[in-house]
Design a binder for this molecule. Sequence first.
Ligand code: NAG
Ligand code: NAG
Ligand code: NAG
Ligand code: NAG
Ligand code: NAG
Ligand code: NAG
Ligand code: NAG
Ligand code: NAG
Ligand code: NAG
Ligand code: NAG
Ligand code: NAG
Length: 486
Amino acid sequence: MGFSKISCQLLLAAAGVSAKWVVPGARWRDTKGDLVNAHAGGVTVDQETGKFFWFGEYKIEGQVEGGGISVYSSEDLVTWEPHGLALKPIEGHPYIDTHHIIQRPKVAYSDDTGKYHMWWHADNSTYGWLLQGFAQAENITGPYSFVDATLPLGNWSQDFGMFTDYKDGKTYALYSNGDRKEGRDVYLTSYNDNITALDKVVHRFDKYDLEAPTIVQTDKSYFALMSHKTGYRPNNVVAFRADKLSGPWSQPFIISPLNTRTFNSQSGFSLRINGTKKTTYLYMGDQWDSISLWESRYIWLPLEVDEEAKTIEAKWHDVYDLDVKTGEVTPINGTTYYSANATTTGEAYHQEANFASQHVITTGISGNDSKVTFHNIAGTGKPQWVSFYYQNTDDMGFGDQPGGTPNRFGGTWQLRRIASVIVNNKTEVVDSLYQRDTHKGIILSTPLLLNLENGTHNTITIGGLFNNQTYSGADIDRLVVYPPEE
Ligand SMILES: *[C@@H]1O[C@H](CO)[C@@H](O)[C@H](O)[C@H]1NC(C)=O
Ligand SMILES: *[C@@H]1O[C@H](CO)[C@@H](O)[C@H](O)[C@H]1NC(C)=O
Ligand SMILES: *[C@@H]1O[C@H](CO)[C@@H](O)[C@H](O)[C@H]1NC(C)=O
Ligand SMILES: *[C@@H]1O[C@H](CO)[C@@H](O)[C@H](O)[C@H]1NC(C)=O
Ligand SMILES: *[C@@H]1O[C@H](CO)[C@@H](O)[C@H](O)[C@H]1NC(C)=O
Ligand SMILES: *[C@@H]1O[C@H](CO)[C@@H](O)[C@H](O)[C@H]1NC(C)=O
Ligand SMILES: *[C@@H]1O[C@H](CO)[C@@H](O)[C@H](O)[C@H]1NC(C)=O
Ligand SMILES: *[C@@H]1O[C@H](CO)[C@@H](O)[C@H](O)[C@H]1NC(C)=O
Ligand SMILES: *[C@@H]1O[C@H](CO)[C@@H](O)[C@H](O)[C@H]1NC(C)=O
Ligand SMILES: *[C@@H]1O[C@H](CO)[C@@H](O)[C@H](O)[C@H]1NC(C)=O
Ligand SMILES: *[C@@H]1O[C@H](CO)[C@@H](O)[C@H](O)[C@H]1NC(C)=O
């Protein structure tokens, strides 16, 4: 994109600010200022120190598979220190070569072996093997040495998840068994006591054709969360509930407002935070970007459980404070600015929209002179999160539209648009706002960290710069400006 280099500099300058709040869908940066590169991963709590270790797929620009498995550590689930690759791909290796699929890693400590055991979906580049990989390390951050890649109890295994029951410490594997007609199930299978091999099938979620499984355990229930199969495009994640892992399991139900496609994310992992004041359940989803996979982001949200109603629900917050000691989640309040009050130029205009704030949405924003400017925005002179509420009605080729249908502008569907964002007319500092497809009438938000000046005279302009897409900006509903972190 034409302006991505400049925006990187802007963000690196802001990276000195130590993160404190969770901002779902933002560019998360590690303590060195690099993007947190741990996709479709899992978080393991070190039993001795209570520290969190995040393992995930490492992806660099232009590369799809075989990047190995990265590891980061944190005490607060927000500040992430990188520890490099926990599992390095090995050129020419039969299972962990740079061309192989090394996906959805999870790590558990084995008391018996005194080692950390890493398991993942191991495959060749065309998903022809459907194996589970196993590697071990003495230290949680690795290096992990490859042990084996096997068919679980002789069957196939694609998307891989892992779950440890907090009541008895037993560990289980969760895996979908692929897309073939004979597959399309999700298995819940226990490990042996030393987590070196699978033991026995505890339950099979039969023929639902779901993937990306994770289990949330509350005091009374187990909730198994899984996504539908729409590739890198998000869908409405579902949950099943049971009293026991062996079932009976409930009917599946959707865990987020309909058509938000789980706030544009896919399930994959979850964490139970047993705080001193509250137990919090965290949904840890991936917001895939199939156009540039390495730029995929993370959507972590608190899950609200109602044991009476037997429901679990992901709750959206633009910005929230997560206290891992007390377990409390505190949403941060911001100031809202409506697009009905913003000015437009060129072909951008206010259009009636009964689902939008003040029944007006701003549309026609493009890379030429068609832009929308918000005025009189209060700033502090410090970097602040700004959430852009937008609607993107491009059709993603699934769900309500058949694949390949041209969108209403005559182009082919795209996973997301990118609009330029300029603060106070400073065109030398431009940021790029990624606006993934939402759905007609569905308004979601995506954040940027912006430098607003101290005072109430700030302007924020969306659109206006060519970014290599014919129709760049999605429709804008409103902005919410958050206070600086500190
Ligand atoms: C636009 O995209 C094309 C194809 O991805 C690329 O070759 C070209 O360099 C881009 N142009 C600009 C101005 O970014
Ligand atoms: C992957 O494995 C399957 C099954 O052995 C095989 O048919 C396919 O050709 C393999 N793909 C590649 C790229 O080697
Ligand atoms: C494990 O970590 C310790 C220090 O944290 C280090 O001394 C030791 O060499 C590491 N072991 C391996 C196998 O890397
Ligand atoms: C293997 O998969 C087949 C087909 O889903 C199933 O009938 C069989 O029970 C599975 N075996 C095990 C041990 O999971
Ligand atoms: C793990 O346990 C199994 C039996 O459950 C045993 O056969 C195997 O030797 C053990 N492996 C290790 C590395 O302890
Ligand atoms: C939760 O944490 C408390 C201490 O805050 C501890 O006493 C208790 O055993 C923990 N419960 C579980 C189920 O982990
Ligand atoms: C946010 O606003 C709500 C409603 O006014 C209030 O109850 C809450 O305490 C505020 N939160 C913070 C972090 O200030
Ligand atoms: C936005 O516009 C409406 C009517 O157009 C007006 O009533 C309201 O005061 C304006 N709000 C702000 C913050 O300017
Ligand atoms: C934007 O400007 C380019 C170059 O001047 C032109 O080719 C394109 O048609 C314009 N697009 C729109 C939507 O006006
Ligand atoms: C931004 O630039 C436009 C035209 O270049 C000008 O009309 C406007 O007053 C400027 N706004 C600010 C806040 O400087
Ligand atoms: C921001 O401006 C206010 C008054 O306009 C002033 O009191 C305050 O010190 C300024 N803050 C900074 C960080 O400059």
